[in-house]
Design a protein. Sequence first.
Length: 95
Amino acid sequence: MSSKIVHCTQAGCEEPAVYKVAAPWSDGVFTELKSFGLSCADHLGLVFRAAEGRRKEYHPTEAETVGNIGIYKFEQGKRDKQFQRLSGLEENYRS
């Protein structure tokens, strides 16, 4: 397992990421969480709202499907399918 710390994607922040802001993505064969940002606890609102804006600008190809942005508990070393979705937090930050 890698010991590299994954940091918050908010500019200038060096805190470890505790949330993954992502949307379910598929190309019809493969499925994963398409990452739109990683966040520490302090920057979750900023990262989430910026991710919503980028998601609206993202135009999938005919073969792709992209779901709604969600907040997931980020745990280093775990795979996307193991991340817990934190739906209650999402309503606090939706624009």
